[in-house]
Design a protein around this ligand. Structure first.
Ligand SMILES: [Zn+2]
Length: 282
């Protein structure tokens, strides 16, 4: 049974990474993957670039805490969720060792590649990989490393003790949900729904309510964040929806809003697709 004393997990190694001295009152737990194979490699990389998570969970389920839970860590970057922006100010970041999307090689194995498409690290076998499309519509990344059972159990335990300790925590969010167009983690291999029962307060957290208003009389819901993605259906003018998150694009290395938003139906929280926010009125 995990315990938190003075904002640190008891009997869990502490290896400080650079984090803010500003205080944090968390409303969310944000899930991430390392995009690598070893936690040690990830910790030294994070230290060199000045980023941090509160907790990192290795493949065997072992945890390392890297920032106290009442201080802001540097894991979310430019981000927004349900009307809030800058999710480092509102969330505890938990990262799991996971390669993320992997390439399928001609011999049927899977793995990471460098910028020259040369394989790096160990290969994965078919049963270590999930074939799934990301909710963001990316059609090229189809294979994702599975999370280990030990890792998911550890994630669940740490969420439980965090929710008991920090009662303002409402929900579990993915980096790919709060930084759409910038990030793919924790990706489609991460079983979000398995953890929702732990988050007893998650049902009242709806995003800003907007009304569809288009000169065509309807608004097309898309699979991804541009008009090139396939239609998932149409919403008639007057339909009310919630904005979950606003997407980003890069303009000369700066992340700026791309005008596409993830929406849910009125009174619900699930992503139903993307629409152009120019056709949503208050
Ligand atoms: Zn991340």
């Amino acid at each position: 049974m995990l315990q938190i004393i003075n904002h640190k997990l008891v009997n869990v190694p502490y290896n400080a990474l650079p984090h803010s001295s500003s205080s944090l009152t968390p409303n969310y737990i944000a899930a991430h993957y390392t995009a690598g194979t070893s936690v040690n490699g990830s910790i030294s990389h994070l230290r060199s670039v000045g980023l941090s998570y509160h907790v990192i969970i290795d493949r065997d389920g072992s945890m390392t805490q890297c920032a106290p839970f009442n201080k802001r860590a540097g894991h979310a970057g430019v981000s927004n969720w349900k009307g809030l922006s800058g999710l480092n100010n509102h969330s505890i970041g938990i990262c799991m060792a996971n390669r993320g999307y992997v390439t399928r090689f001609a011999n049927g194995s899977y793995g990471l590649v460098d910028t020259h498409n040369t394989p790096i690290g160990n290969f994965l076998t078919e049963d270590q990989v999930v074939r799934a499309e990301h909710f963001n519509g990316a059609e090229t990344n189809l294979y994702w490393e599975k999370y280990s059972t030990a890792q998911l159990n550890a994630f669940s335990e740490v969420c439980e003790v965090l929710i008991q300790t920090y009662t303002g925590i409402k929900d579990l969010i993915g980096h790919d949900e709060i930084a759409m167009g910038r990030k793919s983690d924790p990706g489609p291999a991460f079983p979000f729904a398995d953890f929702y029962p732990i988050f007893a307060n998650r049902n009242n957290d709806l995003g800003p309510l907007k009304t569809v208003q288009s000169s065509d009389g309807f608004l097309t819901v898309r699979r991804g964040m541009s008009g090139n993605f396939k239609s998932l259906g149409q919403l008639q003018n007057g339909t009310k929806v919630h904005i979950r998150s606003e997407g980003y694009k890069y303009v000369t290395n700066n992340a700026v809003l791309n005008n596409w938003v993830s929406i849910s139906r009125q009174g619900t929280m699930e992503h139903i697709g993307f629409v152009n926010r120019n056709f949503l009125i208050p």
